[in-house]
Write a protein that binds this ligand. Sequence first.
Ligand code: ZN
Length: 81
Amino acid sequence: MRSLLLFLLLLFVVYFLRRKFAAGPARPAQPEQVAPPAVREAEQVLPCAHCGVLVPHSEGVESHGRFYCSAEHAQQGPAAG
Ligand SMILES: [Zn+2]
């Protein structure tokens, strides 16, 4: 009779532990919102004064207060007309 009680107690403990671990370990705290690398500060896109092509500001050339898509167009100056 005593071994039966021990057996039932063991079953209860196993059942309790299985339920506890079935829910999964406690999740470690993670930062909620990490900005993906693709999302960056928007860069200004400007038209070339010579040909009108839209170029990101970091890839263009500024000359005499105007923005150009390349050094070549900066040398040629703004479009005539
Ligand atoms: Zn251009």
